[in-house]
Ligand binder design. Structure first.
Ligand code: IVH
Length: 672
């Protein structure tokens, strides 16, 4: 079929335009046209290629959707082997690396180029005359699999190199990975389709890249970052690793923004610390950082030992994931009767601590992950987040395991269990008859941000409930020194202290009291809103759902919980008894001051230890002036107040350009 010259010119133009927008979107993260316009151009190209198949080329943007499935991958022999890096597991090993490098180079100080260590899989991409010709996995380092068609579907991999500097031949090395957000999305889709869950982004990336049907790879949203050049025909190549990455960036390859040049071993340590703090907020998973001697000439002098370079080392982060075994699945009863299945694990060291149990949240979650007693599981503990089971290693499942079933009766009080319609939670219907709920309710009632009664720890509460000494919250105010003195872990002095703390707690605020009652779905900030809105407890107790819905941030669920709580005559009796025992608060608490203050309406985040005031004091002072305290930094944050060891919140605040104050600055602001 004859092609009109202007059609082939239009096809070329469309390919150039699409490639450019693809680059701006996926590599620069700065699209300039709406998605709908991109789709329109893409469809035009697809239609022209369908009409004039002689114009189809392997690197047309249309091949990114994947073509016909293959029966197997062919093998690729790597011209230059794909080596691995030596690992440094602690600071001593990093120091030893730097010493070795300095000694071999006979210098006092070394310049390093430093990068994240991507937790994905290594690939090699070969370009001839600027065209992407072949892509391969690492395999055993010498031979890998030809995954060219699959790599073509990765939007951030350029298919055609552009510009005057394009080498005749270039082989680029880098890592294919799945962004954390794409991984979560994929697992949500897998769940809806009833397919298996991937345990982590690395496994998902590996599983997606090695699909014989490239259309599946295309649907999985993989990303790519490059970290080096293996072979290149250009004569005057950059003389540094940083220059190499700049060259790759000019050729429109994706290169991490996190790379830096540092000096000496102290530079390496600061970079390690910085990225460790940033680890959580990076869009991809990293398992460490890589240090590379920056000068290529020095790299050549240092050479290789066995299968690893002497000029580079990977400094690993503490593992956030580990494998262990589920010994049992217990059911815990929470303050409001919610039953939480908890996996008891063979203790395992992960994320810097020993983990021996992990919550399984609810029945749906267990079903979704299909966790069974005897299973080998991957446990994850990232940052300060509570440990969770990310998945089961099905290959290691022993024979004859049985599925976990929620008990029909409460394991503590034998009352009936009800699965709430529309919710994942199952609940014990025993209420305060259930000792587990009573214990939790009591622990909550006395806790620091509630009635703040010091000295009534878990062990004491257990004895008070099990011994039927405290049957309702009101009984706390009947406790005497002789009653407490008899308990285990109590003596006269400690009993006297508790009685004094109980007495002191009688002088409280309405917000604290509402929070202390432990109404389902009423946390600290909701309690404050309610106190602020109603001013008097009686008004809150008599409010209907409609009135409650008028309170800022209160929706139908909270409104219903509040009404149900006060409908129970038992709860009203308890409140009455507590008040008769002398618990009181100033009625009609002061409302926040007007808008003239610098604090009113502002959102504060506190991080690190402040030298002179406690967090609770800081929070109280902010709230007294109408400000809010939030636990995480976002665009809505007005100020981040930092103390010593501020952590990742500081990094995030800097990234978002949020005002940062130390204690002095904060106190000045309060004065204003
Ligand atoms: S440079 C001579 N840089 O780590 C090896 N590798 O153990 C040159 N990796 O298979 C590799 N991030 O897949 C290099 N910034 C980075 C890296 C990186 C991850 C992987 C790579 C390699 C493994 C080496």
């Amino acid at each position: 079929m004859e092609t009109f010259p202007d059609i082939s010119a239009r096809v070329e133009e469309l390919r150039r335009t699409l490639a450019q927008h693809n680059y701006l979107y996926y590599v620069k993260d700065a699209p300039v046209i709406p998605d709908s316009e991109y789709d329109r151009l893409f469809r035009e190209l697809q239609e022209l290629e369908q009409q004039f198949p002689q114009l189809i080329t392997p690197n047309s943007p249309t091949c990114r959707v994947g073509g016909a499935p293959q029966s197997e991958f062919s093998q690729v022999v790597h011209n230059l082997p794909m080596l691995s890096l030596n690992n440094a597991l602690d600071a001593g090993e990093v120091s030893a690396f730097d010493t070795r490098v300095r000694e071999m180079l006979r210098v006092d100080f070394v310049e390093y180029e430093v990068e994240p260590k991507y937790d994905g899989l290594a690939v090699s991409l070969r370009y001839e005359s600027g065209q992407f010709m072949q892509g391969a996995t690492r395999g055993d380092g010498f031979k890998g699999e030809n995954v060219t068609n699959n790599l073509r579907t990765i939007n951030s991999i350029p298919l055609q190199l552009k510009g005057s500097m394009v080498p005749n031949l270039v082989e680029v090395r880098g890592e294919v990975l799945m962004l954390k957000a794409d991984f979560e999305k994929l697992n949500r889709v897998q769940l809806e389709l009833g397919n298996k869950q991937f345990v982590n982004p690395r496994n998902a990336a590996a599983g997606s890249l090695r699909q014989l049907d490239a259309r599946i790879t295309a649907s999985r949203k993989l990303s790519f970052f490059c970290y080096g050049i293996a072979e290149c025909s250009t004569e005057n190549l950059p003389q540094t690793q940083s220059g190499t990455l700049e060259m790759l960036e000019h050729l429109q390859f994706p290169v991490s923004k996190e790379r830096e040049i540092v000096h000496g071993v102290s530079g390496l340590f600061s970079y390690y610390k910085k990225l460790l703090e940033k680890r959580e907020i990076l869009p991809y998973q990293i398992d460490g950082v890589v240090y590379k001697v920056n000068s290529i000439q020095s790299q050549e002098k240092l050479g290789f030992v066995a299968r690893a370079p002497r000029f580079a080392i990977a400094h690993k982060f503490p593992a956030e994931e580990a494998m262990t075994m589920v010994q049992n699945i217990d059911v815990q009863v929470g303050r409001t009767g919610t039953l939480t299945p908890v996996a008891r694990l063979v203790p395992v060291f992960v994320g810097g601590v020993t983990v021996s149990s992990a919550t399984l949240h609810n029945e749906d979650e267990i079903r979704r992950k299909d966790v069974r007693i005897g299973d080998s599981v991957i446990v994850r503990r990232a940052g300060d987040v509570i440990p969770e089971i990310v998945g089961v290693v099905r290959e290691l499942r022993p024979a004859h395991t049985v599925e976990f079933l929620m008990p029909e009766k409460c394991p503590v009080c034998n009352s009936l269990i009800k699965r709430v319609t529309g919710e994942a939670a199952s609940r014990c219907l025993g209420g305060l008859f259930c000792a587990a709920q009573r214990k939790q309710a009591l622990c909550h009632f006395v806790s620091r941000n509630a009635m703040d009664i010091d000295g009534l720890g878990e062990k004491i509460v257990e004895q008070l409930v099990d011994g039927n000494i405290v049957k309702t919250l009101a009984d706390v105010y009947q406790l005497t020194i002789p009653m407490l003195e008899k308990l285990d872990r109590m003596a006269y002095k400690s009993a006297a202290n508790v009685v004094e703390a109980i007495d002191n707690s009688k002088n409280t605020t309405l917000a604290r009291f509402i929070y202390a009652l432990g109404i389902r779905n009423v946390g600290e900030s909701t309690a404050k809103e309610l106190a602020k809105y109603f001013g008097k407890l009686e008004r809150l107790m008599n409010a209907d759902e409609e009135t409650l819905r008028r309170v800022p941030d209160i929706g139908p669920i909270v409104a219903q919980s509040v009404v149900q709580f006060f409908m129970e005559s038992h709860n009203r009796d308890v409140i009455d008894r507590i008040r008769r025992a002398g618990v009181a608060w100033p009625e009609n608490e002061l409302r926040p001051q007007d808008d003239k203050t610098t604090i009113n309406g502002k959102v504060f985040v506190l991080t690190g230890t402040l030298p002179n005031i406690t967090r609770d004091e800081a929070r109280a002072r902010i709230e007294a002036l109408g400000g809010k305290v939030s636990s995480s930094v976002s665009k809505k944050t007005s100020y981040v107040i930092i103390g010593t060891d501020p952590g990742s919140k500081l990094v995030k605040a800097k990234e978002l350009g949020i005002a940062i104050l130390n204690e002095d600055g904060f106190l000045d602001l309060l004065q204003q």
